[in-house]
Design a protein around this ligand. Structure first.
Ligand code: PHE
Length: 360
C-alpha cells in the first residue's frame, strides 16, 4: 500500500472511532438525524468525503483502501440502526410506565352509527311516492291556527277541533287570541302549497307533529306524518285508492291486507281511514287467547286518514272547485315502521335505548 493509502485508512479508522463515540451521545431522534447527516450525509457527510478521496489514490492502492472504507461505512450504519431501535424501545417503555398505556393491546373498534328506524321508514315512504311522481316539500312545525285549522275547514268553535288537542304557544294577538301552536298534523301544508302554486299539484310532506295526548302502545305525544296531496282536473276517488294500494304494495309487499272505511275529517269529503291487518295477532284480535293490545282486539291498525279534498278547502285557497278535484292523505310514519318490523309499542321509538335502536 502507498503512504497515501495508509494515511487514508488511518483517517477512516479515526473517523470511525470518533463517529461511534459521538453516536453514544445522540439520545433523541433529532440528534441521531444530525449525526447521520454529519457522517453519512450524501453531500457533506465526513465519511462520504473521505470515500470520495479514494478516487485520488493510485489504482493499485484503491481496492484495499476501499475495503477498509466499506467496513467503516457498515459499522456506522449498523451503529445508527442499533441506536434508532434502542431509542424506539425506550420511548415505548416510557409510554407504558409513565402513561400506563399498553400499546400492544388491540385497538378499540369505532362505534358505527345508523339511521333511526323512523328516518329509515320515512325515506322508504317518500321513495314510494316520489316514484309515483310526487314532489317532497316541508313546512313549519310551529304553525298558525289559520293553517292548522281554519283553512282546513275547521273554524274556531268547531267541534272537530276536539279531535286534535294540542300544545299552544304562549303568545296572544291583538284580539286576545292564541293563534300559534305546534302543528297537530302535516295537513296545514295542503293550504300552504296550494296558496303558492297552481294545479297540477302532487306533493308529499314529511314532518313532525304534536298532540296533547296520553301515551300508550300506539299513541305518542309527538310523532311523524307524511302528508300527500294531489289536485288536478278530473282526479277521482279511484285515483286515491290506486295510489294508496300501490303505496301499500311497495312498502309491505303483496301479502298484507288493506281496508278502507268511512271516516270523518273536516277537510275531506268523502273521508276514509286506511288500515292494514294487525301484524301481532295477524288480524285475529287475540294472541294465545289474550286480547291483542296493539290493535285493541280489532285485528286492524289504522295507518292513515285520507279522502277527497273538500271543495271549501279548494275555494279558500282560490282554486275553482268546479274545475279541480283532488285527494289527500296523512300517514303515521311510526305506525308504518311498527307494521314493517313488528314493533309492539310506539314508545320504544323515542326512549333512546340503544338496545332497541341497534336492531334496525
Ligand atoms: N291530518 C289527518 C290527521 O292527522 C289525516 C288526514 C290527512 C286525513 C289528509 C285526511 C286527509 O288525523
Amino acid at each position: 500500500m502507498t503512504t497515501d493509502a495508509h494515511e487514508l485508512v488511518r483517517t477512516l479508522e479515526a473517523l470511525k472511532d470518533e463517529a461511534l463515540k459521538a453516536l453514544e451521545a445522540a439520545d433523541s431522534e433529532e440528534s441521531l438525524e444530525a449525526w447521520r447527516v454529519a457522517y453519512l450525509g450524501r453531500k457533506e457527510g465526513r465519511l462520504t468525503l473521505a470515500m470520495r478521496s479514494l478516487g485520488k489514490l493510485a489504482p493499485e492502492a484503491r481496492p484495499a483502501a476501499g475495503v477498509a472504507a466499506n467496513q467503516v461505512k457498515t459499522a456506522l450504519e449498523e451503529g445508527l440502526a442499533r441506536h434508532q431501535q434502542a431509542l424506539k424501545e425506550r420511548a415505548l417503555e416510557r409510554l407504558a410506565t409513565e402513561q400506563r398505556l399498553d400499546v400492544t393491546l388491540p385497538g378499540r373498534p369505532l362505534l358505527l352509527g345508523r339511521l333511526h328506524p323512523t328516518t329509515q321508514t320515512l325515506r322508504e315512504v317518500l321513495a314510494a311516492f316520489t316514484a309515483m311522481g310526487f314532489q317532497v316539500v316541508e313546512g313549519p312545525e310551529v304553525e298558525w291556527d289559520r293553517y292548522n285549522f281554519e283553512l282546513l275547514n275547521i273554524p274556531r268553535g268547531h267541534p272537530a277541533r276536539d279531535m286534535w288537542d294540542t300544545l299552544w304557544i304562549d303568545y296572544t294577538d291583538a284580539n286576545g287570541e292564541r293563534p300559534m301552536l305546534l302543528r297537530t298534523h302535516t295537513s296545514p301544508m295542503q293550504a300552504r302549497v296550494m296558496e303558492k302554486t297552481q294545479p297540477p299539484v302532487r306533493v308529499v310532506v314529511p314532518g313532525k307533529v304534536y298532540r296533547y295526548e296520553a301515551t300508550d302502545a300506539t299513541h305518542e305525544w309527538h310523532f311523524h306524518q307524511v302528508e300527500g296531496l294531489a289536485v288536478d282536473e278530473g282526479i277521482t276517488f279511484a285515483n286515491l285508492k290506486a295510489t294508496l294500494y300501490e303505496f301499500a304494495r311497495r312498502i309491505f309487499g303483496p301479502e298484507r291486507r288493506v281496508r278502507f272505511r268511512c271516516d270523518y275529517f273536516p277537510f275531506v269529503e268523502p273521508g276514509v281511514d286506511m288500515a292494514m291487518d294487525c301484524f301481532i295477532c295477524k288480524g285475529q284480535g287475540t294472541v294465545k287467547g289474550a286480547p291483542c293490545r296493539v290493535c285493541k282486539e280489532t285485528g286492524w291498525i289504522e295507518i292513515m286518514g285520507a279522502g277527497m279534498v273538500h271543495p271549501r278547502v279548494l275555494e279558500m285557497v282560490g282554486y275553482d272547485p268546479k274545475r279541480y278535484t283532488g285527494f289527500a292523505f296523512g300517514i303515521g310514519v311510526e305506525r308504518v315502521a311498527m307494521l314493517k318490523h313488528g314493533i309492539d309499542d310506539i314508545r320504544h321509538f323515542y326512549a333512546n335505548d340503544v338496545r332497541f335502536l341497534r336492531q334496525f
